[in-house]
Design a protein around this ligand. Structure first.
Ligand code: GLY
Length: 376
């Protein structure tokens, strides 16, 4: 059976893949088929492991909703300064990741933008950005000041209230849905099993992991937990606490002859953050709210209102765009917002809590997990 894509704009079709029955055993079982689980699966296959992935809804959830920004500078706020090296390294790993994935897929996978403009609308917003940029520069992050003429050259159509901004030279973005689909394609071509199921129980027995799903039992040498913000697994081994932080994201499409963006724009409007990320064929991603409200996936009118209100000040042409998608993504978060990528013992590996940076961190998390898998 192959998932049937819906009619409509390419970017809002669900990803397609061929579901597999549950095998009896595998070298590695990965629980969770978001950007983290799929990246790990692909790299594990490359080093010759047999891989089974289990997820009730592969390539959906936060990874499908995400903007795909690689915000190695923008995400370095004062509270995140301790992670600057990790984010910088993660960004550097995207070039080889995309090259390898393009080679495996047989077609070039481009970035959708190769840098990012950041701007404040009101005086207080500009001051907030000035303050942060000064700090980011002190950490040797590459940020250049832009006057209005330079902004116009990079991103025609910015709102008149924006007088100046900054270029975050290293903050790129990828098309999240294209990357997910490509990973699904290459891992299935390499014979990974994609099992549509829920893990009911995980335990260690007789020197291996025993994973029970509603359709049966699989044993493996290594189990990798990459479940994003999903509720905790029922396991005899205790796993880190992860909680969801909801974000509403809209996808919009330019009408014929409407101005389009080709550079990611991050803005502060009256103290609220928003971002506009380009996609192919005149589409853009507008995000995101950030609210702790459990597993509630309702797209609330007030949040959509807020995003659109802010976005039309930043880029007034958005008023002419068609709304093609509105969804909530649940960012998976640890208690201190730091991801946990480690071997909890005897080959139970967790890759959890990537919070606002799932796409940015995916290549480096996958590399780290492969190192753990290969540890003698
Ligand atoms: N990385 C952007 C967000 O989490 O909204």
């Amino acid at each position: 059976m192959r998932a049937t894509p819906l009619a409509g704009p390419t970017s809002i079709r669900p990803c397609s893949f061929t579901p597999s029955p549950l095998p009896c055993s595998a070298d590695v079982v990965i629980v969770g088929a978001g950007i983290i689980g799929l990246s790990i699966a692909w790299r594990a296959l490359e080093v010759g492991k047999s891989v089974t992935i289990i997820d009730p809804r592969p390539a959906s959830g936060a990874s499908f909703v995400a903007g795909g920004m690689l915000g190695a500078t923008a995400e370095v706020t004062f509270a995140e300064a301790g992670r600057v090296d990790r984010l910088r390294t993660a960004r550097a790993e995207w070039d080889p990741f995309l090259d390898d994935l393009s080679r495996d897929q047989g077609r070039a996978l481009p970035y959708v933008s190769i840098n990012t403009v950041v701007a404040g609308v009101h005086r207080s917003d500009q001051l907030e950005i000035d303050h942060l940029v000064k700090f980011q520069r002190s950490l040797n992050l590459r940020v250049e000041q832009l006057g209005r003429n330079e902004l116009d050259a990079l991103t025609p159509g910015l709102g008149r209230a924006i007088r100046q901004g900054f270029l975050l030279c290293d903050d790129a973005a990828v098309d999240n849905r294209l990357i997910l689909q490509t990973l699904l394609d290459v891992i299935q071509r390499r014979d990974a099993s994609m099992v549509i199921d829920v893990v009911e129980h995980l335990e260690r027995r007789d020197g291996q992991f025993v994973i029970t799903t509603s359709s049966g039992v699989i044993t493996c040498e290594h189990a990798v937990i990459a479940t994003g913000a999903a509720p905790a697994l029922n396991s005899s081994i205790s796993l880190p606490h992860i909680h969801p932080v909801a974000g509403v994201i809209l996808r919009l499409k330019a009408r014929p002859s409407t101005l389009q963006i080709t550079t990611t724009i991050r803005a502060i409007v009256n103290g609220r953050s928003c971002y506009l990320v380009p996609r192919s064929q005149g589409e853009l991603v507008l995000g995101a709210t950030s609210v702790e409200r459990g597993y509630d996936l309702a797209v609330k009118a007030g949040e959509v209102h807020q995003l659109l209100d802010d976005a039309r000040v930043v880029f007034p042409s958005i008023d002419e765009y068609e709304i093609i998608d509105a969804e909530v993504g649940l960012r998976p978060t640890t208690l201190d917002h730091h991801p946990i990528v480690e071997d909890l013992g005897e080959g139970l590996i967790v890759a959890l809590g990537h919070y606002r940076n799932g796409f940015l961190l995916a290549p480096s998390t996958a590399r780290r997990v492969i190192e753990l898998l290969q540890k003698p």
